[in-house]
Structures are given as structure tokens and as C-alpha cells.
Write a protein that binds this ligand. Structure first.
Ligand code: WTA
Length: 565
């Protein structure tokens, strides 16, 4: 395969070795109190003893209004809220959950909880009663912050949640028999004695889907902010004059690590958009707020690509750096970014469990288009076999990380056995398959359980999907291995077409021929189904396991983290 390289300007940016040297001074950038720490204090309070005190921390673009908060505003609001929590009897180690759209109370609530030494948990506002019940029950949460509308879904399962003591409502002014208004915090002092935690003590948790069973509660410690800080600095390249926009929801780990902790720890002015995805709105926000750094996800990028050239109507010239996370970033999306904005989306790889970015493309590093990049300084990544033995360069295997990085998950809540299962032969096994090339770049292949074996040949569904969406008629593609008596498996593709194209046998053949000629003779989909939509998680990943289960007539399993299905 010919490598397509996006060359960086030499001399303009520091090289990776300089970054590595800095790694050892990183701890100094994170304030500690005699070996104790609090992530919320690091993200917010410590700036208030510097010139950043009155710098804008949060630009909130709500559905109906816009609000701005300085670091000092956030310090005071989170202190007040922490005082309210203490009055409600919260204790170190308790679990307090947030079930809200992207409103300021979500951010203030999260940081306030962390300040008390309790564990903050988040949930997507799209969750229904069963998903809520699973999370609140398993975590044993005693406090929930939500609004009146979303509370109805909690009420439906409240009788199954005996440990849930208090519900705090953001949109009510009066206490009722079972709720307390968020605004009670206004009556509280703006000073708070922030809990001084051991670095390894728990700070936040969130539930994520595995291939089997119910979602599991991944718990992170206060010290994780060290890694979130350094990655936000070196990968996102946050500087003091930047306006930074992360499009993720804090129901997803990206929205916690890089929309609350790592970004604010660097003192970055951060834009939060309450509303849903909408190309024109997104471009207008970049123009209005002069966004300089943009962290988003491949599905969003592909949807922008599909929406035509409306970006031309807006001034996008403030943008200086763009990153992506969550699923494979197709080369076509990078090429589009270069065409549309003159900038390449920089892919970053990580997981809920890793608490921060681990394999990335950097502003200072030539980008091999289609690669996830190289391990972050201080991180050792490798490709290992199923026994945890390292494999030679170029061979496909399990993407594995040497354990012990600061933001590595601490426990799986109530499930120590599940936690142990991640580690083998001295490695953390990610569940992803990948390869590393001779230059140390990592290339994603697929989830360990999604790789297709057809007529003895191994095919990564991602490769096929990437190729498929390069076809002019294809908007989105999901590919699975379908059991076949002759070939073991055949490749089946589920395709959503772009507007203006309709399904036909001719189009089906054309696409098959296109893949045969573009990818490999054996890697074309022998079966194609045209669909209206593909099942996706909130973070935009196409859920192949759902496609597969449907195809085989099997139970689809837990769907609570799905956006569409
Ligand atoms: C996938 C997301 C390809 C991968 C922060 C991983 C990616 C899972 C990338 C974790 C990437 C994430 N390229 N695949 N750059 N980033 N993934 O826990 O399969 O929601 O294991 O965390 O997303 O998803 P999670």
C-alpha cells in the first residue's frame, strides 16, 4: 500500500522528543498539596490565584440564550454547589449522578461533586428508564441531578432505587416531597474546603457497553487529570488565546476528559453547545465564537461532508487545529478537511477505560493518513497475541498498553473480575486489533470481535467501510461477517445512500465492482442491504454487533448507549 503523508512544516513546531523531555516536569504543572490532589481544584480553582481568574472559562451556547462564566465564576458556583451537597449529607466516596443535557449545571454539578470527594457519574440525556435504572442501581448512587422533564423517566424506576436519596432539579425553584432545587446552592457560601484526595482515590465514573452483558462502570481517579492535562496540552495544543470547542457530550468520556478536566486544567476558554448536530449551526458557531481548536468525531465529520459545501457561507478562518476521536477516521474525511478548511483532522485513539488519549497524531508529527498516530510520550503501546506476547512489526494483533499510566481506570464498579480480564502478560489489552508499522505508527483494524475471516483471508470491516464510503452513492456503511457454509464468512454491507441515489441491482453491482477494484477481490461485500439508518452509539460508532444480531435473528443485547436503532 502506498502511504499518503501529510507533511508538517519543519521548525514551526516542537518535535516529539522535546515533548518527552517535558514529561518529567508535568507533575509541577499539576498543583498538589503534600501529595494530595483534587481534580476539580486543578481544573478551576488554581487559575483563580493567577491572571486567569477573570478569563472566560465557559462560553455556553444554549438553545435560547448565551452565557459566559469566568474561572472565578465557576470556582464560586462549584463551591456553592459543593456546600449544598455536604448539607444533603454527601460523603467522600458516595456516588452522585448527573442526567442532563449540556447545560451549565451539568458542568458545575460535576465539578461540585468532585470537590466533595464523592464520585461523579454522567448519563446521556437520551437514556430511557432501563438504562437509568441499570446505572443508578449498580453504582448505588445517592444523589441525582436532573430536570423535571427527564425526572419522569427516573420516576418510572424510582421504586427500584432504594439508595437514591435526593433528586436535585435544575429547573425548579421550590422543594417538593422528593426534590430539591439546584438554585438552593445560591444561598450557600462561595467558599468551600475542597476535599484533599489521595491521587489514586476515585473521582468520576461512567458506564460503557461491552460486547456482552450490561454496561460496566469504569471508575477513574483524581490523578487522571495529570494525563488529561498533558494530552490536552500537547495533542489539542491548547494555548491561552485559543477558543476551544469539543463537540462531545459529558455522557461520553471525551466530554469529561476534554470538556471539563484537561481543557480547564490548561486554562482554555471552552465553548459548549447545548443543541444537537446541525451543519449550519455548527459552522455558524465557529464563525461567531472564532473557534480555533475543534475536537470532534468521525461521524460528525462525515455528516458535514454529506451536507455539501455550506461551510463556504461562513468564515472558518479562525480554525487552526482540528482533532477527532471515537472511531476510525477515514482518509476521505481527512482529505475533505484539508479541502474545506485547509487543515487536517488529527486522529486520536483512546477508550473510556484509558481515561485519556493514548495514541495520537500531533501538530509536530508528519501524519500518515489513515493511521491513528504514535503513542503519547510516556506511553508504551504494542501489538500482542492472545497470550500477551509481543508480535513483530507489521503483524496484526491486539492493541496493548503497558499498564500504569495516570489515567488508567482504577476499577470496574462491583466487578473486580471484569477488571482483571483486561490484563494479560503484563499488558492492558484494549479489545481493538491493530498493527504497528516500521516507523512506529499504529493502524486500526477493528474490534477484536469484528474481524472477518472470509475464505481464509482476514478482512477488517473498517477497511471495507472506508472503501465503501468513498463511493459517490454511499453516505454511511456498516460491515459484518455473515456465516457462510462455504467460505466461513462472507462480507455483508449495510449501506445508507446519499440523497439523490436510490437502491437498485445496478447500483449494487457497481458498488461491488468498485470495492473489488479499489480494495481487494476477496474483500468486496457479496451481500448488500440498503437501509434508511444504521444503529449508532451516542458517540457515533456504528454498532456492527447490532447489525450482526439482527442479520442472524439473535437478541441484540443492551441498546442503552445507542443513539439510533
Ligand atoms: C474506538 C472513546 C479507531 C476503538 C474515547 C476503541 C477508535 C473504542 C478511535 C473506545 C480511533 C476510539 N480510531 N477507533 N481514533 N478512537 N476508537 O470507550 O474501538 O467510547 O476501543 O472511548 O472506540 O470507545 P469509547
Amino acid at each position: 500500500m502506498d502511504e499518503e503523508i501529510f507533511k508538517k512544516t519543519p521548525g514551526k513546531t516542537p518535535n516529539l522528543n522535546e515533548y518527552t523531555k517535558n514529561q518529567y516536569s508535568a507533575e509541577k504543572q499539576i498543583e498538589m498539596w503534600n501529595g494530595k490532589i483534587n481534580a476539580a481544584h486543578n481544573a478551576i480553582d488554581r487559575h483563580c490565584t493567577t491572571w486567569r481568574k477573570n478569563k472566560i472559562a465557559l462560553i455556553w451556547e444554549g438553545e435560547k440564550e448565551e452565557r459566559k462564566y469566568t474561572f472565578n465564576d465557576l470556582r464560586e458556583e462549584t463551591n456553592r454547589f459543593a456546600n449544598l451537597l455536604v448539607e444533603l449529607g454527601i460523603k467522600k466516596g458516595d456516588r452522585a449522578f448527573i442526567f442532563l443535557p449540556r447545560v451549565p449545571e451539568l458542568y458545575i454539578g460535576f465539578l461540585g461533586i468532585v470537590k466533595t470527594g464523592a464520585i461523579a457519574g454522567t448519563m446521556f440525556s437520551a437514556f430511557g428508564p432501563d438504562a437509568i435504572k441499570d446505572r443508578l442501581k449498580d453504582s448505588g448512587a445517592s444523589i441525582l441531578i436532573t430536570n423535571s422533564e427527564l425526572k419522569k423517566r427516573v420516576d418510572a424506576v424510582r421504586h427500584e432505587l432504594p439508595e437514591l436519596r435526593h433528586i436535585i432539579l435544575t429547573d425548579s425553584e421550590k422543594a417538593t416531597h422528593d426534590t430539591i432545587p439546584f438554585s438552593e446552592a445560591k444561598k450557600m457560601p462561595d467558599k468551600f474546603d475542597v476535599a484533599r484526595m489521595d491521587p489514586e482515590e476515585n473521582a468520576f465514573m461512567l458506564y460503557t457497553s461491552g460486547t456482552t452483558g450490561k454496561p460496566k462502570g469504569v471508575v477513574h481517579c483524581h490523578w487522571a487529570i495529570m494525563h488529561q492535562h498533558m494530552t490536552a496540552k500537547w495533542v489539542l495544543d491548547l494555548q491561552d488565546d485559543d477558543i476551544y470547542w469539543c463537540t462531545a457530550d459529558p455522557g461520553w468520556v471525551t466530554g469529561i476528559a476534554y470538556e471539563i478536566l484537561g481543557n480547564w486544567s490548561n486554562g482554555a476558554t471552552t465553548l459548549v453547545h447545548e443543541g444537537r448536530f446541525d451543519p449550519e449551526k455548527w459552522y455558524s458557531l465557529i464563525q461567531k465564537h472564532k473557534v480555533t481548536i475543534w475536537y470532534t468525531a468521525p461521524t460528525a465529520i462525515r455528516m458535514l461532508m454529506q451536507s455539501g459545501e455550506s461551510y463556504k457561507k461562513y468564515d472558518m478562518s479562525s480554525l487552526r487545529h482540528m482533532c477527532s476521536v471515537g472511531e476510525p477516521l477515514n482518509p476521505e474525511a481527512i482529505r475533505w478537511g484539508i479541502k474545506a478548511f485547509g487543515l487536517a483532522f488529527h486522529d486520536t485513539w483512546w477508550q473510556t477505560e484509558t481515561g485519556g488519549m493514548l495514541i495520537c497524531n500531533y501538530i509536530c508529527l508528519d501524519m500518515k493518513i489513515g493511521s491513528m498516530g504514535k503513542p503519547f510520550p510516556g506511553i508504551t503501546a504494542s501489538i500482542v497475541d492472545d497470550a500477551g506476547k509481543e508480535l513483530p512489526i507489521g503483524e496484526e494483533g491486539n492493541l496493548a498498553i503497558k499498564p500504569g499510566w495516570p489515567s488508567m481506570m482504577k476499577v470496574i464498579w462491583n466487578n473486580p473480575k471484569k477488571y482483571e480480564e483486561y490484563f494479560k502478560g503484563g499488558w492492558y489489552i484494549s479489545g481493538d486489533r491493530a498493527k504497528m508499522d516500521k516507523d512506529g505508527y499504529f493502524w486500526f483494524i477493528g474490534r477484536a470481535d469484528d474481524v472477518i475471516k472470509t475464505a481464509g483471508e482476514r478482512v477488517g470491516p473498517f477497511e471495507v467501510e472506508s472503501a465503501l464510503i468513498e463511493h459517490k452513492a454511499v453516505a454511511e456503511a456498516g460491515v459484518i461477517g455473515k456465516p457462510d457454509p462455504t467460505r466461513g464468512e462472507i462480507i455483508k454491507a449495510f449501506l445508507k445512500l446519499r440523497p439523490g441515489f436510490s437502491p437498485s441491482p445496478q447500483l449494487e453491482n457497481e458498488i461491488k465492482e468498485f470495492i473489488k477494484s479499489r480494495l481487494a477481490g476477496h474483500a468486496y461485500p457479496r451481500e448488500i442491504a440498503f437501509v434508511e439508518s444504521l444503529p449508532k452509539t451516542r458517540s457515533g460508532k456504528i454498532m456492527r454487533r447490532v447489525l450482526k444480531a439482527r442479520e442472524l435473528g439473535l437478541p441484540v443485547g443492551d441498546l442503552s448507549t445507542l443513539e439510533e436503532y
